[in-house]
Design a protein around this ligand. Structure first.
Ligand SMILES: [Zn+2]
Length: 341
């Protein structure tokens, strides 16, 4: 019994040393595990540990379990925070994007009427625009303008833009030489100015800038002249096709325009204004109503406004027509017209 009395402090000391050693080892292991977990090397660490300590140790196992729990909890929390931050970022980004879109998403329609003025139709178009309180742009033919100066004046007085669509609208003559085209622009410019006091710089090519009647060289020369004179020409990105056939119906004109709703934020829509364009006139109210209800506002073109040009100095080479082909085509067109009549 007495031997136990002497050995008791020794056993107690031994047990304490063992416990302290375990504690120190466990702490060291715990720290390593924690560090490695934080560096996403948990699996590797665990494998190494298992190789070195193949025997089951309840103390280490418990520490490991607790550490795993704490770390998985921390990781989950960190992931959640990260997700929240990311989702905040995504939300912010999408809000910013929406703001940008909203800034750019001014949905604007530029109604344009070519080939007027006409005694019967232009005043009725103006009545509709007045009733709807919207502005539009009229590209007028000089020859018709000089016969209807009062209508030119009304167009300008009511706040619409007026543009130059040459004097004769005669493709063969106009596109035969740059001088013919430029001279007609000047003649029409003077007619508009004398009737309205507006010296317009807005131009529209008869047939559009990509018409198949002008040669590349002639167009190149015309474009250089327009630039020198400060003229700005406008094509269109939506066509009502109201001049494609003489029997085109009101509903066809409506659908030709309205099918493009939501395709562009800004559209220059092509219509024609002549005494035979009753269907265009009748299609206008529905088109305007529908575009308004779709969130579009209406504006008149200006030198600084949105523009759409089919051909410009940068893509001029895409115009492949040669003078020879052009003349051939013009002759065909002429004979077709004769045949139709
Ligand atoms: Zn025209």
């Amino acid at each position: 019994m007495s031997i136990y009395k002497y050995l008791k402090p020794f056993f107690i000391s031994l047990i304490m040393i063992i416990l302290i050693s375990f504690g120190s080892f466990a702490e060291k292991y715990n720290n390593n595990l924690y560090r490695d977990l934080n560096s996403d090397k948990y699996t590797l660490c665990e494998k190494k540990h298992n190789l070195k300590n193949s025997s089951y140790n309840p103390l280490i196992y418990s520490v490991e379990k607790i550490t795993r729990f704490i770390n998985s909890f921390n990781k989950k929390k960190a992931k959640e925070n990260n997700t929240t931050t990311n989702s905040n970022k995504v939300e912010k980004k999408s809000k910013d994007k929406n703001n940008d879109i909203n800034k750019d998403s001014n949905k604007v329609i530029y109604l344009t009427f070519d080939d007027g003025p006409s005694k019967n139709i232009t005043p009725k178009i103006l009545d509709i625009l007045k009733r709807e309180n919207i502005k539009a742009t009229f590209f007028i033919i000089g020859k018709k303008g000089e016969e209807n100066k009062d209508i030119l004046k009304r167009i300008v007085d009511e706040g619409h833009s007026i543009g130059n669509h040459t004097y004769s609208h005669d493709y063969k003559y106009l596109y035969d030489s740059p001088n013919n085209f430029i001279n007609e622009l000047y003649r029409t410019r003077w007619i508009i100015q004398s009737a309205t006091n507006v010296d317009t710089k807005l131009i529209r090519f008869p047939g559009g800038s990509n018409n198949s009647f002008v040669s590349k060289d002639t167009l190149k020369n015309i474009l250089a002249n327009l630039k020198n004179e400060g003229f700005v020409y406008f094509d269109w990105n939506v066509s009502s096709d109201d001049a494609s056939r003489s029997d085109i119906s009101r509903t066809e004109i409506e659908s030709n325009v309205l099918k493009w709703i939501n395709t562009y934020n800004k559209s220059i829509i092509l219509f024609h204004d002549s005494d035979s364009k009753n269907n265009t006139l009748e299609a206008l109210p529905k088109i305007i109503k529908k575009l308004k209800s779709s969130g579009y506002t209406f504006d008149a073109l200006s030198e600084e406004s949105f523009n759409h040009q089919f051909i410009n100095s940068e893509n001029l080479n895409s115009l492949k027509e040669t003078n020879k082909n052009t003349k051939k085509r013009l002759n065909n067109r002429k004979s077709n017209k004769k045949y139709k009549k």
